[in-house]
Write a protein that binds this ligand. Structure first.
Ligand SMILES: *[C@@H]1O[C@H](CO)[C@@H](O)[C@H](O)[C@H]1NC(C)=O
Ligand SMILES: *[C@@H]1O[C@H](CO)[C@@H](O)[C@H](O)[C@H]1NC(C)=O
Length: 375
């Protein structure tokens, strides 16, 4: 009596399994039919999921796949008023749901763009993620740091399994899983005062860089990178200090000349004016109504927080914290990540709407000077 009962249960289970898997695959097929031409693509995805090998660079992904992945971004930045007009002209009436590929122009533009992200830490890792998920086709990652356990609280690539690995190596694996067609170039180096201009001229410009996204957290290095970008007229989006802040809702994006409440950017601007002589000196604080005085825009977008740091141990001043895993102030991913996302949003809108692709406006006299004035 025992074994026939077991057999029965076994058979029931098998039937149940068969039934569920059949209905599951029927569902898949229906979905695929609904998607029509995308069926192949769905299968390709399944293959990626199964293989799971991130070391393989998967090339030759069909165009439909790119459209499936990134057309959402295209629709976001594509100007619908133009399409509507076009449709009205072509067909004489308004079609509610557009089937034309006008928004794909944006997707294509982004896929041909090149963004260099310098510093792949608490801010840069999230920025790289967002830039890649928006379909930017060429990404250069620059950093020479490895992942510390104390990075785990805020850096996207930092996991128990990646501690000790190079940040940009881990980031590249992730970006290729997001977009196997993304051309990710790694520069294993730190930007410094001695190599900034060289890196920009020999690594970024020949690669056709459209924008440099600066996510460096040390004053001297940040100033050197921005100065090199300015002197070579490469558009740049820079990020202020995220440490010691708890409120991501106070993060804003404005011209670098207007940043406030940020020591990192304050010291950086001072160097850009005094050391690199790229911008005119600010108004004297004596006898001038600063609020009335309008400084000319530098045409460099900067992301900074207007949150007032109340902690008393803000000892970071102008010393570099580049090579330390964690500063004294404390950090949180929802703040560093927001910096990265805000910077990425500016980068994408600059690329999608070319008229927003502004270049730094520097003093002409600065170009006659060597990169750093020798003492
Ligand atoms: C990939 O990027 C590198 C530099 O970032 C560039 O030199 C190269 O031409 C790009 N490759 C393709 C296929 O676009
Ligand atoms: C700031 O740093 C100095 C030495 O670098 C130290 O003596 C001082 O106690 C620090 N201040 C605070 C508030 O941590």
């Amino acid at each position: 009596m025992k074994s026939p009962a077991r057999l029965c249960i076994f058979l029931l289970t098998v039937f149940q399994l068969l039934f569920t898997s059949t209905s599951f695959s029927t569902q898949r097929i229906h979905q695929s039919r609904r998607l029509g031409k995308y069926k192949e693509v769905v299968d390709t995805w399944a293959l990626y999921e199964v293989s799971g090998d991130t070391s393989i660079e998967l090339n030759g992904v069909p165009q439909e796949d790119i459209s499936l992945r990134f057309s959402g971004v295209g629709r976001l930045y594509h100007d619908p008023s133009q399409t509507k007009k076009q449709q009205e002209e072509e067909s004489g009436d308004v079609i509610a749901c557009s089937s034309d590929d006008a928004h794909m122009e944006v997707v294509e533009k982004l896929s041909k763009s090149t963004v260099a992200i310098v510093g792949i830490g608490g801010v840069g890792s999230w920025a790289a993620e967002a830039v890649c998920r928006s379909g930017v086709g060429n990404i250069i990652l620059m950093d020479l740091d490895d992942i510390c356990t104390s990075n785990i609280n805020r850096q996207l690539h930092a996991l128990s399994s990646t501690v000790g690995q190079m940040k940009i190596d881990e980031m590249k694996k992730r970006l290729l899983l997001i977009n196997p067609n993304c051309n990710v170039t790694l520069v294993h180096d730190f930007i410094g005062v001695d190599n900034a201009e060289d890196i920009v001229q020999t690594q970024f410009i020949p690669a056709g860089v459209d924008i440099i996204l600066d996510a460096i957290d040390g004053t001297d290095e940040k100033a050197a990178l921005i100065a090199a970008a300015c002197r070579n007229q490469v558009p740049v989006v820079t990020c202020g200090g995220a440490a010691g802040r708890v409120d991501p809702t106070q993060i804003v994006c404005d011209d670098l000349s207007k940043s406030n409440q940020c020591r990192l950017l304050f010291w950086c601007k001072k160097q850009l004016r005094d050391k690199y002589k790229l911008f005119p000196k600010g108004p004297s604080t004596k006898g001038v109504n600063i609020k009335k005085h309008r400084t000319r825009k530098w045409r460099i977008w900067s992301v900074f927080s207007e949150e007032v740091i109340t902690k008393k141990n803000d000892n970071s001043s102008s010393t570099s914290s580049l090579r330390t895993c964690d500063g004294p102030l404390g950090t949180a991913c929802f703040v560093t990540g927001t910096y990265g996302f805000v910077a990425a949003s500016k980068v994408i809108s600059m690329l999608a709407n070319e008229d927003e692709l502004i270049k730094p406006k520097i003093l002409k006299s600065a170009l006659a000077l060597p990169f750093v004035e020798s003492k």
